[in-house]
Design a protein around this ligand. Structure first.
Ligand code: KG4
Length: 343
């Protein structure tokens, strides 16, 4: 059988990434991150699309070189069509269309969130068989999403719970900003939390039915508590930053795991995965390992390089769609929101 080579392209936010897989096995995964946003405390869409324009050609070139293949060997180009920032998506989508047209090969469009979930199927060697069994649950937590996804097959996924306001990563980032600690807050809070007491402070927890989440109340509770404590001690944050970070992280993880436990119990599912940028968090990873022991879950935690946005997850999702001959026509536009996916 002829080898299947898929080039994956990811440009939905502030990472330009390209990856090559052969028959489902990863050959290369190259990512250029954009430091330009740090000074602004968040991603600036205009700057992100400009940086994608600068990065896309060298990143794809590197990915092909590291994979040791020529563009003419590619079977298809898979690309993130949405959701994400429109200006950023346009760069990857247009590049993918141009390349596929010039090579006369099919294109496969990938939903970015499906990509995060299917990151668990990336094989780094042909012998790599550590992947969840269908159906499984995936906690998808990033700067823009907090969802519990029931994954029935490579292409059938049902969101059974999601945040009704802020995402978990957004909440952590905003609380970190309130502390004056920089952006993105996730890795900063994670580092500080390792030296703090997670039970030092108690913050508000939401009471929402079913499997949905809410994080805006926690953010407000954190802000108001800080405001009161600073009245007593101007340098409160500096004196207690480790305990504040640990308590914040503990509360976020507690909220996330409670609903996930409920879903796993009610749906009688033991294979439970985590994906998205916040899955890099040490406290959340520890909670997964703890649940594996306590509730006999089979847990799946991605490698750090596959937690944040990367093209390997786009390439593997594209690979499974390619096997189904589920191709994308040239006239399909990028979409910024899921609801516009069929446009
Ligand atoms: O998936 P991602 O790279 O981008 C999208 O939002 O699509 O996720 C980024 C989020 C940010 O909120 C960032 O602060 C958070 O992931 N994050 C973390 C950690 N590393 C990244 N949150 C907690 N702990 C971390 N170690």
């Amino acid at each position: 059988m002829q080898d299947i080579y898929i080039l994956g392209i990811e440009s939905s936010c502030d990472d330009t990434s390209a990856a090559v897989i052969r028959n489902g096995v990863l050959l290369s995964n190259v990512t250029a991150s954009q430091a330009v946003h740090e000074a602004y405390g968040g991603v600036v869409p205009e700057l992100a699309s400009r940086a994608h324009q600068q990065n896309i050609v060298p990143v794809v070139d590197q990915a092909l070189k590291r994979a040791g293949i020529e563009p003419t060997q590619l079977s298809a180009v898979a690309f993130t069509r949405g959701p994400g920032l429109m200006g950023s998506l346009h760069v990857g989508v247009s590049f993918a269309k141009g390349l596929a047209a010039s090579l006369a090969i099919p294109m496969v469009d990938v939903n970015h969130l499906h990509g995060h979930v299917l990151a668990h199927f990336i094989k780094e060697t042909p012998e790599d068989h550590h992947a969840p069994q269908f159906p499984f649950l995936c906690l998808l937590v990033s700067g823009g999403n907090s969802q519990i996804v029931l994954v029935k097959s490579y292409k059938e996924m049902e969101i059974i719970g999601q945040t009704i306001d802020d995402a978990a990563g957004e909440c952590i980032d905003k609380c970190c900003k309130v502390m004056g600690m920089g952006y993105p807050g996730g890795p900063i809070i994670d580092r500080l939390a390792r030296q703090g007491n997670p039970k030092a402070y108690t913050f508000a927890q939401p009471h929402i039915k079913g499997y949905d989440y809410s994080f805006s109340g926690l953010k407000t509770s954190f802000l108001y508590s800080l405001r009161d404590w600073i009245k007593e001690d101007e340098a409160f944050i500096e004196h207690h930053k480790e305990d504040l970070a640990a308590s914040l992280e503990h509360t976020v993880v507690d909220i996330l795991m409670k609903k996930l436990r409920l879903a796993a119990k009610e749906l009688k599912i033991r294979d439970v995965a985590v994906a998205g940028g916040v899955s890099a968090n040490t406290g959340l990873r520890e909670a997964f390992l703890d649940h594996a022991k306590r509730y006999k879950w089979n847990v799946f935690i991605p490698k750090f390089s596959f937690t944040t946005d990367n093209a390997a997850m786009i390439a593997i999702t594209g690979y499974y769609k390619f096997l189904d001959r589920d191709f994308c026509s040239m006239d399909k536009p990028a979409y910024s929101r899921i609801s516009a996916q069929n446009g």
